[in-house]
Design a protein around this ligand. Structure first.
Ligand code: SF4
Ligand code: SF4
Length: 431
């Protein structure tokens, strides 16, 4: 239970109460805060939700054959080298033969109990695997005409032919991973190449809200306004949706440490910048704020109990499965079978989610006011990586909470108080 100290524009203060065990946001008298100004009503359906798995390294959970989200990893090769790429930990990668595609599709019936709702195509950079991607996706579309297809690409290999092909697939969402003004930290900017720019413009014009950019923020480039304008200017329209995972992961190399805040003051300054810009109406309305706020609001509206809350990335969900074309099951699409294989579709009942610890077994998460935004960060990370990742997610998650509170009450979050705020001995945290 946390007390949130809020300040109104006239300088007066009041208190709210946040209970992360029940996803309830109330005033001090225990009355629920009105969420209807954001078009949402309480339905308390949380009680009907089933328990989330509480996987630990000692007790690994099985997966379900009723797959809802199937993530297919084509390989981890990439033509970029980003300082904070979570997949850097997994390279070098496996590389399957094109002939594996036919075997993969032909073998589906042996282990999956029906069409998934969603199939996600992942690399590395999936368009590097064009020779496998094209027959795979066409085969899956033929087999599951209703399935939603999702592709995430760095966009550098898109051309008009590939865009025509993507659009022709029907019910496809494409996310272009691009950091806007911070793109130069990753390497070449695909939007600097006229042919690629034209292809991406066409993709966004034809897919509408089924196309978006996804950006990772860094300390030098964390302005959502600068990010949006970068894309608005390059694509020549403000009708562009952008999502962001904030800072999220720590850099994989020490040479990237300048990309994340190095002390509490830098985190505080970044939070204040973000909170101010998130309140700007066109930023607030864009997916960069709207999508995470919807996620937060969903939990409050349903009063999602802690027991039903899974990991933020969903890869602890038994119905979310990450596979390679040869049938290896991996923790998630960001890992390699060489290090994170958890089974095989050819021996489905033996699959167990290893290498992972759910937030339920991490005491800092159970006492974290950012839990509803963060979802426990990466369940695989440990040690220094985990600490950095937690700090990044904590700071960013609080900005979403503060933004939601501002939208509901018109007041700014000043301070959070509680018996324990993440770490033992911390009972007060200034936003
Ligand atoms: S910010 Fe850290 S403590 Fe809080 S939920 Fe995320 S990983 Fe857990
Ligand atoms: S386990 Fe989840 S958070 Fe961690 S790398 Fe995989 S998808 Fe991302």
């Amino acid at each position: 239970m946390f007390t949130l100290i809020m300040r109104r524009p006239d300088g007066s203060t009041f208190r709210l109460v946040l209970d992360i065990r029940t996803s309830r946001l109330t005033d001090e008298a225990g009355r629920l805060i009105d969420i209807s100004p954001l078009g949402v009503v309480y339905d308390n359906e949380g009680e009907t939700l089933r328990d989330a798995p509480g996987t630990t390294r000692e007790r690994a959970e099985p997966k379900s054959r009723s797959v809802k989200v199937l993530r297919i990893q084509l390989g981890l090769a990439c033509n970029f080298s980003c300082a904070y790429c979570v997949q850097d930990r997994a390279r070098p990668a496996h590389d399957e033969k094109p002939s594996d595609v036919a075997a993969f599709i032909a073998g589906l019936d042996a282990w999956i109990s029906g069409a998934p709702a969603v199939v996600e195509l992942w690399g590395g950079e999936p368009l590097l695997y064009w020779h496998k991607l094209k027959p795979l996706v066409e085969g899956l579309r033929h087999r599951w005409p209703e399935v939603k297809l999702r592709l995430t690409t760095n966009g550098s290999l898109l051309d008009m032919d590939k865009v025509d092909w993507l659009v022709s697939l029907g019910d496809v969402s494409v996310t272009v991973s691009h950091d806007g003004p911070g793109q130069h930290l990753r390497g070449k900017d695909p939007l600097d190449t006229l042919e690629t720019l034209e292809a991406i413009r066409s993709l966004f014009a034809r897919l509408g809200t089924f196309a978006k950019f996804h950006a990772v923020m860094s300390l030098p480039h964390h302005s959502p306004i600068a990010l949006l304008h970068y894309f608005f200017d390059r694509l020549g329209t403000t009708d562009i949706q952008v999502s962001s995972s904030g800072l999220k992961y720590p850099p994989t190399k020490d040479s990237g440490l300048h990309l994340v805040p190095g002390n509490p003051d830098e985190y505080t300054a970044m939070r204040h910048d973000l909170a101010r810009e998130f309140r700007t109406p066109y930023v607030f309305a864009n997916a960069i704020v709207a999508a995470p706020l919807r996620h937060l609001l969903y939990q409050f509206a349903k009063s999602v109990p802690a027991r039903a809350r899974g990991q933020g990335c969903n890869m602890d969900n038994p119905e979310h499965l990450a596979v390679t074309l040869s049938g290896d099951v991996i923790v998630c699409h960001n890992t390699s079978p060489a290090t994170h294989k958890i089974g095989s579709v050819h021996d489905f009942d033996a699959i167990r989610l290893g290498h992972s610890t759910s937030w339920h077994h991490r005491p800092e998460c159970s006492s974290c006011p950012a839990l509803l935004s963060c979802g426990g960060a990466c369940m695989m990370m440990e040690g220094r990586e985990r600490v950095l990742s937690c700090d990044n997610n904590f700071s960013h998650g609080l900005v979403y909470l503060a933004t939601l509170l501002y939208a509901l009450t018109g007041a700014k979050l000043l301070r959070i108080e509680g018996q324990r705020i993440r770490h033992l001995g911390i009972t007060s945290f200034d936003f």
